[in-house]
Design a protein around this ligand. Sequence first.
Ligand code: SF4
Ligand code: FES
Length: 263
Amino acid sequence: MLELVIDGQAVRAEEGATILGVARDAGIYIPTLCHHDALSPSGACRLCIVEIYPQGSKLPSMTTACNFPVKEEMEVRTSSQKVLEARRLRARVLLAKGPESRAIQEIAAELGVETTPFTLETDKTCIRCSLCVRVCREAIGADALKLITRSEGAEPHVEVSPNNCIGCGSCSLLCPTGFIKMEEAGGQRIIWDTAFEMKRCSHCSSYTTSEAHWKYIEEKTGTSSEFGTVRDMCPVCRRDAVSAELLDLPEHFTTSLFTSDFD
Ligand code: SF4
Ligand code: FES
């Protein structure tokens, strides 16, 4: 275990833990935009910036809390004037890049930033946070998205590989700016300019996800979903069905859940 100080509070932390994780465990709030607990950190938005004083040093430096590992006897300041100014500057830049983004507006407002003096003519909504790329690669495993650097081409900042995209929609759901559009109508999901047929829950018949995503899960897990089984249901019906089993509800109830009579 390591010992360090965050905002004057002595804390203990596991080796390899990040400043963000340790601060959160200690009840100290640090704003984040590109961080997701289930994904590797990227350090892209720089809203989680903090001031650090390495062991025995009086010379501070600034770093992003989400991807910086804590060190023995380090001192961290999460809300000094310098830190707040740096975050406000980042918030102004992000507001210029994604003025319509609710997520950016909310974080900016938290920091007391309502407007931005910057005008950016380039991409107005993708802030290159890479959440979409990371969720596609690390959580889904499809690896269908790639961040395009300026040297590779100015716009767009994220490119899809149509052969790899399974239309799961995770990128769109995580994107904080709305850059990745997803629409669902008439049994189809349209994302990245591609229409994916959608699959219905075998119990309630609501649409769940794309057929391609469903097939992908079956291949990855080596399972197949027979019509009317728990595996063939939407998350809500599946939860209800499993709960009913676990709670040992009367047979007629579980039977009605495990079989389907919709047309
Ligand atoms: S498309 Fe959205 S999630 Fe992907 S990098 Fe841009 S802002 Fe982030
Ligand atoms: S949350 Fe740390 S850089 Fe975005």
